[in-house]
Every structure is written in C-alpha cells, then in structure tokens.
Design a protein around this ligand. Structure first.
Ligand SMILES: Nc1ncnc2c1ncn2[C@@H]1O[C@H](COP(=O)(O)OP(=O)(O)OP(=O)(O)O)[C@@H](O)[C@H]1O
Length: 300
C-alpha cells in the first residue's frame, strides 16, 4: 500500500485493489447482444490486453468504459464503487482517457497546440504560449520522446510519433486508466515498436493500460493480462504466467476452428490442402519488455 499526497488531498492507494473492474457486464443494442458476461480487471502498473476479431465487441467495451454508452447488465466499479459514467466528460474527469485510432489530433496544428488542445493555458485573456511550449517539451522528454521542433504541424510526424504524443497528452492531463484503441493497427514494424515502448512507459509510470489489439505478438510484448473477446463473450482470460505466445496466437486464430476447417478442406481435395498453422513461424514465448529492452527499439 502507498500513500500519495497531492496539494489538497491525501489518497491511500492499495496497489492490489483494481482501479477498474467489470463484473458480468453485458450490453444490448435492442435485441443485439454486443457483450455478454464480460469480466475485466484493470490494475495500476499493468497492461490489460483485449484481443478480438471484427464484431467481437471491442468498440462496445471501449464505449462503456469511456462513458459513451451505458452497460445494460452487470456492474462496473472504479476504485470499488459502482459507476455509470453517463458521458465521456464524466469518465475523463475520473481519469479515464481514450486514445482512439484517429487520435483526435488536428493535423495542421503544431505539436504544442495539439498537446494542449481544449486545455489551453491562459495568461489573462491571452494564450500563454511560452508556458505551453515549455511544458509540452518537458512532458515529451519525460517519456523519452524527442521532437526537435514543437512548432511542426503534427500531421508531418510519423504515425508512431503521433500516437505517442496522444499518449503523453493523456498522461499529462491526469489519466489513471488509458484505453488505447488498436494503436499499432496502421503502423509498420519499426513504428509499432516505438508505440509499444511508450505503452510500457505508461505501464511503468503506474497507469492502468487497456490495450485493444488484433495482434497477439504486440500484446505479448507488453501485456500483463490477456482477454480474448469472441462474439461478445470472453473466450480466454489469462495472466501472462498462465500462457505462452503460442497459446495466445492459437486462441486468437481460433485454434479448434482452424483445425476443423483444415480437416474439411482436406476432405475436399487432399492433395492441395496445406496444414493450417495457428502459430506464426518462430512464435515462441517472449518476455514482457521492460523499458531498457524496449529502448533498444530504434525511434522513428
Ligand atoms: N449501435 C449499434 N447498434 C446495433 N448493433 C451494434 C451497435 N454497435 C455495435 N453493434 C453490434 O455489436 C457487435 C459488436 O460490435 P463492436 O463494434 O463492439 O465490435 P468490434 O470488436 O469493435 O469490431 P470491429 O473491430 O469491427 O470494430 C456487432 O455485432 C455489431 O454489429
């Protein structure tokens, strides 16, 4: 247990206590059951990976946690208290930050303007530009991000760097839980490495991270806990000590279903069917990357 002191309050933080806990959560849209009986626990200093194919319910889960939609079954607790956020503004005020794929960055605006977008600092009636630039630079450096020119339009940076700016911004504005919606989906290998490095940085800074992804290899590099959603329910829920990358990849690929498909295809034309591999070549168990290991991945 640790005691965190802030200027005006004293908060007792039990590190074993989940920040956020979903118990048996369901969501129906009319007669469509998008989620059923979902249990999910988010702890500080951990990355909870949520994996799933299209239509699995990942977006619905994000919308519930970020206050866009309410759940229709079960309970969601934050610091042990049952919560229905009612709006994204309330969720944000409670420390839930969501970094969507499209990032909500303004591509033509410069880096520091994006960092303070909707939270601008003022000096009387004027924008306090020198302070915003200084704070933005300091915060990015704290996360090990070097952007030589903060006056550059954000749209001229790489996709990886933009993701990282959005993550740093969420942390600076007090996120306790950060939801990352497929942050590596549109990126190549090198840029994905950059983003994974900062997911690990957010984890090591003590945030609870929810990492939504299709990619078990990316999940396994930084994840503490893995939940696979399939057609709205949890098909796997395991701590990283309980499974290998091979098993996670097999589960994601739908191991049993692939084996059955391969069997059926063999029956159709035995000569032409290649065995369905559920695991990528070399898909072996990998360690959780810590900061030192991840810093070996080159920046873009
Ligand atoms: N507003 C809605 N009204 C009705 N059905 C919905 C609505 N939103 C989602 N659904 C349904 O709920 C199920 C889960 O959808 P969801 O978008 O959460 O999945 P997903 O895992 O995010 O998929 P994707 O990766 O394709 O975005 C799908 O069957 C979808 O059609």
């Amino acid at each position: 247990m640790t005691i965190e002191t802030h200027a005006s309050e004293l908060t007792v933080v039990d590190q074993d206590e989940p920040i956020l806990e979903l118990v048996d959560v369901g969501k129906s849209y009319g007669n469509v059951n998008a989620l059923r009986g979902v249990n999910l626990t988010v702890r500080q200093g951990e990355v909870t990976c949520v994996l799933g194919d299209n239509g699995a319910g990942k977006s619905t889960l994000i919308k519930i946690i970020s206050g866009l939609h309410d759940y229709t079954d079960g309970t969601m607790k934050m610091h042990g208290e049952v919560r229905h956020f009612g709006s994204p503004r309330v969720a944000q005020a409670e420390g839930i930050a969501t970094v969507y794929q499209d990032l909500a960055l303004a591509p033509l605006m410069c880096v520091w303007r994006n960092f303070f977008l909707a939270n601008e600092l003022r000096n009387g009636p004027f924008l306090d530009i020198p302070t915003m630039k200084r704070v933005c630079g300091e915060e990015l450096v704290k996360m090990g991000i070097v952007i030589p020119d903060l006056d550059r339009p954000v749209g001229s940076l790489s996709g990886g760097q933009q993701q990282v700016i959005a993550i740093a911004r969420a942390i600076h504005f007090g996120a306790k839980v950060i939801i990352l919606d497929e942050p590596t989906a549109a990126l190549g290998v090198k840029q994905s490495g950059v983003v994974l490095k900062y997911i690990a940085a957010a984890r090591d800074a003590g945030l609870g991270v929810i990492f939504i992804t299709h990619n078990p290899h990316h999940a396994f590099l930084v994840g503490s806990h893995f939940v696979i959603l399939k057609l709205g329910h949890v098909s796997l829920d395991a701590h990283r000590d309980e499974l290998t990358l091979e098993q996670l990849t097999g589960e994601m690929a739908g191991g049993q279903e692939l084996a059955e498909l391969s069997h059926e295809l063999r029956a159709v034309d035995p000569g032409k069917v290649v065995e369905a591999h559920t695991v990528a070549p070399g898909g072996v168990s990998a360690p959780v990357l810590d900061q030192d290991e991840l810093s070996g991945m080159k920046d873009v």
